[in-house]
Design a protein around this ligand. Structure first.
Ligand code: PMV
Length: 328
């Protein structure tokens, strides 16, 4: 009853921003991401009849209460499917960038769902795995698959049709994503709280909902037709719109730091100088820059020159989540 899984994180090109059901984690809009090969989590889950509670170690240390409670809740969904109440020891290790505060919940909950289901001998298809991952963290639903992945929002009240579907695999097209990390402490407003506050109070949220389908269509077409400018411009505009909704929330909030704006300006300058590069940002101050393989070295060098950038991580389209049973 033990398994080990690795799942790769993903960066959304069209963001998931808002829930219609907080308990089931059902989104108010569809989203689309690229799974990234340089940011991942490896998780080992061992179920043990003798245990009375779950234990969670993250990067070699016992995790805090909140993180452990979220792991227990995610395990409960897997246990319910397997018809068992047996408790587990979970050990997760994040690759370097997640320690810098980048997209760890997507790879973390996708790895946990995959490892736990495998350890309990469940033979689940990708849709079932994606739904399990979604119950841990919405964006994790996309990290079950490799390459380019759409999270179909679904319409069913129980969420059975709300899961990731691959749009194109990792060999389809080599898009480069360079994560430029800036110096930041713990987030003031988590993505969970930020999206809730925006849905509840931002008058700009309506504008987000009214235009997200069009962004999705452009990003999808950009990927399928390998049209980098279409993909990049639609992704950049979608990210800016997401962040605009936070400015009009009550109370207002903003994820950007001065260094984030400096990176955005640098990307626009590169574009002005003829290097096709675009940016996107999640619910935090780091900026992810999209470019093509031939330009990656130049773009990475420019980002590293900026005083506000602490480190960069260069990713290509990454593979699907995978698990192996241990000790059998
Ligand atoms: O899955 P969560 O709860 O960490 O939310 C992620 C939200 C964004 O990163 C801002 C957008 C996205 O689609 O990943």
């Amino acid at each position: 009853m033990e398994a080990k899984a690795t799942a790769y994180s993903n960066i959304a090109l069209v963001k998931y921003w808002g829930k219609r059901d907080e308990e089931l984690i059902l989104p108010t809009n569809p989203s689309l991401s690229m799974t990234v090969d340089a940011i991942y989590t490896t998780t080992r889950v061992r179920f043990d009849e003798a245990r009375t509670s779950d234990a969670f170690r993250l990067d070699g240390e016992p995790a805090g209460q909140d993180a452990t409670r979220r792991v227990t809740e995610a395990l409960d969904h897997v246990r319910a499917l397997a018809g068992t109440r047996v408790r587990a020891v979970v050990e997760s290790v994040n690759s370097g960038p997640t320690a810098a505060g980048l997209a760890s919940s997507a790879s973390g909950f996708a790895a946990l769902a995959t490892a736990a289901a495998t350890a309990l001998g469940l033979e689940l298809d990708d849709t079932q795995l994606s739904i399990l991952a979604r119950r841990g963290s919405g964006s994790a639903s996309r990290s079950i698959h490799g390459g380019f992945v759409q999270w179909h929002m679904g319409v069913a009240p129980n969420g059975h049709d709300s899961h990731g579907v691959q749009v194109a695999d990792e060999k389809h097209w080599d898009v480069v994503m360079i994560a430029a990390c800036v110096n930041a402490g713990a987030k003031d407003v988590s993505s969970r709280d930020g999206m809730r506050r925006t849905v509840d109070t931002s008058p700009f949220y309506r504008g987000w909902l009214d235009t997200v389908d069009r962004d999705l269509e452009n990003v999808r077409r950009g990927i399928l037709e390998r049209d980098f400018e279409l993909l990049g411009s639609a992704a950049e505009s979608n990210a800016l719109k997401m962040h605009a909704t936070t400015l009009a929330a009550q109370p207002p909030f903003i994820y950007w730091l001065p260094a984030s704006l400096e990176i955005m300006q640098t990307v626009r300058d590169l574009r002005g100088a003829g290097v096709p590069a675009y940016f996107t940002m999640d619910a935090g101050p780091h900026v992810v820059v999209l470019c093509q393989p031939d330009d990656a070295a130049v773009v990475d060098a420019r980002l590293k020159e900026l005083p506000g950038v602490t480190q960069t991580f260069v990713s290509h389209p990454g593979p699907r989540a995978h698990a192996t049973r241990v000790g059998e």
